[in-house]
Ligand binder design. Structure first.
Ligand SMILES: NC(=O)c1ccc[n+]([C@@H]2O[C@H](COP(=O)([O-])OP(=O)(O)OC[C@H]3O[C@@H](n4cnc5c(N)ncnc54)[C@H](OP(=O)(O)O)[C@@H]3O)[C@@H](O)[C@H]2O)c1
Length: 243
């Protein structure tokens, strides 16, 4: 049976790598038939990732979505349910960060960060969880960050939003345990993705790559039905990179 998997922020970085690794995991595995639904704001990114996923033989759909807009979040869930009738996995990966000193953060930075990382993640999770609760099955991943429990000077708003996501993870787990739904909190350290912009080679050389995060996620999804991998903390060998 097809596994319906929604991945937000699937157009770039870690989300793109998660989509590709789900597709690759289905090659030569008769027990795993994913149907990927890729969601983010930039259609051209989604189209190019979808083409790559399909090249591995994985059925892939695109739903252009800004998760900061609740109407679009609604549309993502209702369209998925109308077309496929189930949601087996949600990867809450879409996220934004603006990194600067505390005193330079503006109200616009605040609203922008919280609208995606907190409001969007909350309402998408809420709507998908209703479906999974009824099904009595499903798996929700949250790509939070080590910034969900460690402070960095340039990450005040980002950290606030990630600490908040961790609060949601711990709350939803209380509900999920009673209805056979798995919750995995993925907490990566520094990963080389477009989120970082330009980085000097000396830094890039010690950062993780998106596949360092996406491969364990796919493994956690494919673990036995009786097991829930609740947390993945994944750091560069050298530890945290930031200030
Ligand atoms: N890179 C790291 O070092 C690192 C470390 C720990 C945790 N994380 C977390 O991992 C996740 C992915 O980060 P990344 O590094 O891969 O970032 P990225 O390269 O900037 O990619 C972020 C993805 O999210 C999408 N996105 C952003 N806002 C969105 C919105 N409102 N609605 C829908 N999609 C949205 C972006 O596409 P559009 O702009 O086209 O919408 C893009 O596809 C984030 O939650 C981030 O906080 C990253």
């Amino acid at each position: 049976m097809k596994q319906i998997i929604i991945i937000t922020g699937a157009g770039k970085g870690i989300g793109k790598s998660i989509a590709l690794d789900f597709a690759k995991a289905a090659v030569n595995n008769n027990d795993f038939e994913p149907l990927l639904i890729l969601a983010s704001r930039t259609l051209s990114d989604l189209e190019s990732v979808a083409t790559e996923c399909r090249s591995y033989g994985t059925e892939t759909d695109i739903i252009q979505t800004d998760i900061a807009d609740i109407t679009e979040v609604d549309r993502l869930v209702t369209t998925t349910m109308e077309h496929y009738g189930t949601i087996d996995c949600l990867v809450n990966n879409a996220g934004v960060g603006r990194f600067k000193a505390l005193g330079e953060m503006t109200e616009e930075d605040f609203d922008y960060t919280m609208a995606t990382n907190l409001k969007g993640t909350f309402f998408l999770t809420q709507k998908v969880f209703v479906v999974m609760e009824k099904q009595r099955s499903g798996h929700i991943f949250f790509i939070t960050s080590i910034a969900a429990e460690t402070a960095f000077k340039s990450s005040s708003l980002y950290s606030m939003s990630k600490f908040g996501q961790k609060g949601l993870v711990e709350t939803i787990r209380l509900y999920a345990k009673t209805c056979n739904v798995k919750i995995t909190n993925v907490m990566p350290g520094a990963v080389y993705t477009p989120m970082w912009g330009e980085v000097p080679d000396t830094v890039k050389n010690v950062m993780m790559m998106p596949e360092d995060i996406s491969v364990p996620i796919v493994q956690a999804y494919l673990t036995t039905q009786r097991t829930s991998i609740e947390e993945l903390v994944i750091r560069p060998v050298c530890g945290d990179i930031s200030e």
